[in-house]
Ligand binder design. Sequence first.
Ligand SMILES: *[C@@H]1O[C@H](CO)[C@@H](O)[C@H](O)[C@H]1NC(C)=O
Ligand SMILES: *[C@@H]1O[C@H](CO)[C@@H](O)[C@H](O)[C@H]1NC(C)=O
Ligand SMILES: *[C@@H]1O[C@H](CO)[C@@H](O)[C@H](O)[C@H]1NC(C)=O
Ligand SMILES: *[C@@H]1O[C@H](CO)[C@@H](O)[C@H](O)[C@H]1NC(C)=O
Ligand SMILES: *[C@@H]1O[C@H](CO)[C@@H](O)[C@H](O)[C@H]1NC(C)=O
Ligand SMILES: *[C@@H]1O[C@H](CO)[C@@H](O)[C@H](O)[C@H]1NC(C)=O
Ligand SMILES: *[C@@H]1O[C@H](CO)[C@@H](O)[C@H](O)[C@H]1NC(C)=O
Ligand SMILES: *[C@@H]1O[C@H](CO)[C@@H](O)[C@H](O)[C@H]1NC(C)=O
Ligand SMILES: *[C@@H]1O[C@H](CO)[C@@H](O)[C@H](O)[C@H]1NC(C)=O
Ligand SMILES: *[C@@H]1O[C@H](CO)[C@@H](O)[C@H](O)[C@H]1NC(C)=O
Length: 872
Amino acid sequence: MTTWTRLALGLLLPQIVLSSPVPEAIPEPVKLEQRDDASEGYNSPAYYPTPHGGWVSDWAEAYEKAYQVVSNMTLAEKVNLTTGTGFFMGPCVGQTGSAPRFGIPNICLQDSPLGIRNSDHNTAFPPGITTGATFNKELMYARGVAIGEEARGKGVNVQLGPSVGALGRKPRGGRNWEGFGADPVLQAIGGAQTIKGMQSTGAIAALKHFIGNEQEMYRMSSIITQGYSSNIDDRTLHELYLWPFAEGVRAGVGSVMTAYNSVNSSACSQNSKLLNGVLKEELGFQGFVMTDWLGHYGGVASALAGLDMCMPGDGAVPLFGDSYWGPELSRSILNGSVPVSRLNDMVTRIVATWYKLGQDKDYPLPNFSTNTQDEKGPYYPGALFSPSGVVNQFVNVQSDHNITARAVAREAVTLLKNEQGILPLRRNDSLKVFGSDAGGNPDGLNSCNDQGCDKGVLTMGWGSGTARLPYLITPQEAIANISKTAQFYITDSFPKDVTATSKDIAVVFINADSGENYITVEGNPGDRTKAGLNAWHNGDDLVKAAAEKFSNVVVVVHTVGPILMEEWIDLKSVKAVVVAHLPGQEAGNSLTDVLFGDYSPSGHLPYSIPRSESDYPESVGIIDDQPFGQIQDTFTEGLYIDYRHFLKANVTPRYPFGHGLSYTTFKLSNPTISEVTAIDSAYPPTRPTKGSTPVYNNSIPAASEVAWSSTSFTRIWRYLYPYLDNPESISASDEYPYPDGYNTTQPESRAGGGEGGNPALFKTASTVQVTVTNNGARRGKAVPQLYVELPSSLGLDTPSLQLRQFEKTKELAPGQSETVTLEITRKDLSVWDVEVQDWKAPVNGEGVKLWIGQSVGDLPIVCVVGEKCSFQ
Ligand SMILES: *[C@@H]1O[C@H](CO)[C@@H](O)[C@H](O)[C@H]1NC(C)=O
Ligand SMILES: *[C@@H]1O[C@H](CO)[C@@H](O)[C@H](O)[C@H]1NC(C)=O
Ligand SMILES: *[C@@H]1O[C@H](CO)[C@@H](O)[C@H](O)[C@H]1NC(C)=O
Ligand SMILES: *[C@@H]1O[C@H](CO)[C@@H](O)[C@H](O)[C@H]1NC(C)=O
Ligand SMILES: *[C@@H]1O[C@H](CO)[C@@H](O)[C@H](O)[C@H]1NC(C)=O
Ligand SMILES: *[C@@H]1O[C@H](CO)[C@@H](O)[C@H](O)[C@H]1NC(C)=O
Ligand SMILES: *[C@@H]1O[C@H](CO)[C@@H](O)[C@H](O)[C@H]1NC(C)=O
Ligand SMILES: *[C@@H]1O[C@H](CO)[C@@H](O)[C@H](O)[C@H]1NC(C)=O
Ligand SMILES: *[C@@H]1O[C@H](CO)[C@@H](O)[C@H](O)[C@H]1NC(C)=O
Ligand SMILES: *[C@@H]1O[C@H](CO)[C@@H](O)[C@H](O)[C@H]1NC(C)=O
């Protein structure tokens, strides 16, 4: 999403959307050029028509209610609900038109995945990466509930999160921190728990970005190039990038946002294979699909390909009052280019989701403005001339969410190294604290728009995935509150005059930032192109200087993702390293909770920490040279990202995925495995047939329904309406040549049949139980993790270990035990068979090994499906 900066750019460089955003071969009369061929045989096949929503029993009641309304709507009302009113044309970052006759308001959509963006009296929660590092399903859910409550309190209908794409393929990728970690199952569980929590409050979640949005640079179309094409083979799509979306759909997510980029050279917002075929047919998605902001590149093509809502409504050049939809969608219905059945399905999906979440009952209207912090202002700033009034009511939605925010940040704190028990610190330890990352932003809280700077403690990355901090507890404040003698040197360079005694402990704060592409911070345009995987602000030098002077050094790292530690990690005086990820507003308290031993650390790495960037496959580097034409980003490493790659390449990372120490130690014992549902065939049982979907009168409606002359309200300049001048002059042509492969028969995917896919995939196949005993001297929580090793009998090259399940124990006292149950589904044991287009598992789980331990590098237990467990 964008700000004025991007907007200004958009105005300067009218975004003539070049050739290829059109996914399928588009026929002559449409005058949209055909897309380029994707490189290396990566093409996106046609998949038409859009499967209608409403066939899943869970949604039947909501669809019935929607049917009653939509069947009585005029064309203008229907188009209204599909199209944003325009950039800066309302209180939220985006809103649709309304249908007042049926009590349906402008549907308000607002960022971000970590809280309410551009608002006040909200909570700035820790972002996804921190939430992932907790490995705590209950906290993931609780954070979702709190975010949903704040959305509801502000009158946000659709809260734009969680993000599970970027998945984290590229360690330098700018927005990885908005998601839960570089593994599909961690993303899936983080995303699904967040969705369930958010939607329990009535707020609609928006799962994003669908799909392949793994770097920031060149994601969007401009005058000289198109957004890059992520070329992803079918198996990699299913087993990595789609996996968290499948779980999000299974969790009942109400909406999905498309990515800016293309997949196989077909823009995600109009890729029929992805939207119609994969999301709506195979995954059985019942909600609605929206574009990312200004990620709408074509009108008829996107409608046919399965898009349901365009955001914020604007066409190629924002703020000019043009749209690919709005009046043009009205026109394409009247001229027969978009079938009425498609529009009915779009609107039904939107209205059904609104009913499903109960938003017809007492859901608040927006009481804030994303555009200003002033109490009063224009209602439609993009209109230049706009009525104005009170736009911010400053509603306090924070409740006691600071408790959840602190708990998430605390449980994410990941202890990588702790020698001679230097941690926890004692309250009377003599502390010298170094680094600007321990302090506040000297320019003031929230002084950088969308957190677009790295000043003071790093609480989140930058871009649209942020929220204003209502307050910030810095590490300096929290430490000073506990240690009366601590001395602070809040600078990036090591002070010359500092003296060290043998009793002193140096606590050194360093960080690494990244964010969204429309802001460049210290030379990094979103992705970490300049900083690489190194600490910012000469953090390595700061640690080394401290390590030279002090014999006890504790390093605290705030980071968006993997960071290189090789320059200092083995230095004798570097005794402890703590990764606190991105802690949000409770940065200081959550950290001191752990540093001073009130809680043992229990976070685990949601990615690997490598020894060198060259340890990654070459193909996961940022593509930052700008050729003419479309960048082809081919996912040649396939399934082998992060630890999957390190295992295959036999590279030992500095710290493996899932690693995290405690102040205590845990012993795993008594592992047992039991079969729950037999896998008696390689492919799942036949999918259930679809339930019925609403049947409408699909004749082309009267042109008068969208005539300006039929309306009687004051038109706001550049606001997007569904109306046309003289629509009676438009006639439907039977001749409309649909894209190649267009079909009116509703297709069925054999892998589908329910939300997320064939329900048989999600039946528990086996459970593993293991007893976790705290055999150390302090209280703490453990995270047993289960990785699957699939047999070579499947005949496919498959990563040797893949995370499939985890649980976090309760806080165990010394000597205390807990038995945890790790459930494994049929899908967890399957590979995607590209020939059959279905999930294939080893019959009876033959040859499957389930490895259990406390990181991918520490797996002492192996359970053989159908047999027993043993220690290695
Ligand atoms: C992209 O192309 C690859 C290679 O032909 C193919 O396996 C995959 O299914 C295509 N994906 C989409 C979404 O079109
Ligand atoms: C829609 O119209 C039908 C008759 O055409 C009527 O029975 C129904 O109550 C109407 N529903 C609404 C919500 O207006
Ligand atoms: C369309 O939405 C606008 C507000 O965005 C509203 O003023 C107008 O009345 C709506 N049109 C219809 C036919 O409901
Ligand atoms: C119908 O209208 C749409 C929207 O303006 C346009 O893209 C399309 O080319 C038109 N189709 C025909 C057959 O005129
Ligand atoms: C704003 O918030 C208050 C309190 O949550 C709520 O009652 C109201 O409906 C909201 N919307 C408006 C427009 O006041
Ligand atoms: C956290 O929230 C509680 C309950 O609203 C409040 O009493 C407390 O002051 C808050 N803490 C901070 C640091 O704002
Ligand atoms: C802190 O107090 C403990 C006893 O409570 C003592 O053994 C230790 O020497 C003290 N440390 C310092 C740095 O004064
Ligand atoms: C300071 O410490 C006291 C006692 O531990 C605690 O009650 C208080 O909340 C802390 N204040 C801050 C700002 O963290
Ligand atoms: C279907 O809609 C068309 C156009 O509005 C109308 O002429 C026709 O009577 C409707 N048919 C039925 C069965 O309601
Ligand atoms: C349309 O789809 C049906 C069912 O999948 C298929 O049998 C038929 O051949 C398709 N027609 C065209 C023109 O592709």
